[in-house]
Design a protein around this ligand. Structure first.
Ligand SMILES: Nc1nc2c(c(=O)[nH]1)N[C@H]1C(S)=C(S)[C@@H](COP(=O)(O)O)O[C@H]1N2
Ligand SMILES: [Mo]
Length: 301
């Protein structure tokens, strides 16, 4: 039997956007555990905390990548009203002892954490800082009891051209899918999110359930997930199928491995002028570098 730990942040404490930069809240988040911190290590903690402001809600929800609604940054906010995020169910299948179709309410509430502030680094060279509401994916994984054959987890987005009109076109091989190695999926930083800035996820951000893996490029964070499949072989993802030379399975943020068409050394933080240095593993190296010990990250990009 799993021990459920309800969020220790009461809903009455949820801070409205704009007041998030209260220094004490950030210190509180750090004390609560390494996994919930924005910063990568004690040495640069104070500096990072001072420098990294949350990306304004209006930018987070109007400048998006969600190709099911078009390829322009402002297409998702204009077009995603056709998505119906409720009711919603998620099928969990493959190498698990307890396959199931879950309604969102089945497990979300007791596991929910608020205010997980993560950087999101798009492979295109822009980034944001977003406070998520969600739950650690490992809670769901523990619940469905994967067998020893489960080596990878695949995440599959809704496939319904009525709700996602761009799926009538061949922009990608629909449905959008992504994947993680089992240890990456079990990492406490890996979230299934249901909200941001203390509110339900807007459709354009991947309502009602969206993966967030902060040390990887943004495209690994699949939106509007309807299926989670435990598999033995590394899945082919939508982006690998579109261009496997440019988009690998791991896709860890890595300033030393350029995209074939551009450098990944720097990034533009949305809302800021100028560029910042991109950090190895997006700044989460202290927590995740161990997952890749001994791996050639140029080969496994
Ligand atoms: N289903 C789906 N998920 C997706 C995408 C997409 O096109 N379809 N785009 C990805 C990319 S490239 C990025 S950078 C992030 C963007 O998330 P945001 O719009 O919430 O900032 O979502 C990712 N998840
Ligand atoms: Mo992206």
């Amino acid at each position: 039997m799993l021990i459920l730990r309800p969020s220790d942040v009461a809903s009455s404490e949820i801070t409205p956007e704009g007041t998030y930069l209260n220094r004490r809240r950030f210190i509180g988040a750090m004390a609560a555990g390494a996994a919930s911190t924005l910063v990568s290590g004690p040495a640069d903690a104070a500096a990072q905390e001072a420098q990294e402001k949350l990306t304004p809600y209006d930018d987070v929800t109007t400048y998006n990548n969600f190709y099911e609604f078009g390829t322009g940054k402002d297409d998702p906010v204009k077009n995603a009203h056709t998505l119906r995020p409720r009711p919603w169910s998620v099928a969990v299948e493959g190498h698990v002892r307890k396959p199931a179709v879950y309604g969102l309410e089945d497990f979300v509430k007791p596991y929910t954490v608020e205010d997980r502030v993560y950087r999101l680094r798009c492979v295109e060279g822009w980034s944001m800082v977003i406070p998520w509401r969600g739950f650690e994916l490992r809670r769901l994984i523990e619940r469905v009891e994967p067998t020893s054959q489960a080596k990878y987890v695949e995440f599959i987005t809704l496939h319904d051209p009525q709700q996602m009109p761009e799926q009538r076109r061949g922009t990608l091989d629909w449905p959008y899918n992504e994947g993680l190695r089992m240890d990456e999926a079990m990492h406490p930083l890996t979230l299934l999110t249901t909200g941001l800035y203390g509110k339900e996820l807007p459709n354009q951000n991947g309502a009602p359930l969206r993966l967030v893996v902060p040390w990887k490029y943004g495209f690994k964070s699949g939106k509007s997930i309807v299926k989670i499949r435990f598999v033995e072989q590394q899945p082919q993802t939508a982006w690998m199928k579109a261009n496997g030379r440019e988009y690998g399975f791991y896709s860890n943020v890595n300033p030393d491995v350029d995209h074939p068409r551009w450098s990944q050394k720097r990034e533009r933080r949305i809302g800021e002028l100028g560029r910042r240095t991109t950090l190895m593993f997006n700044g989460y190296g202290d927590q995740v570098a161990g997952l890749y010990a001994g791996m050639d990250l140029r080969r496994f990009y």
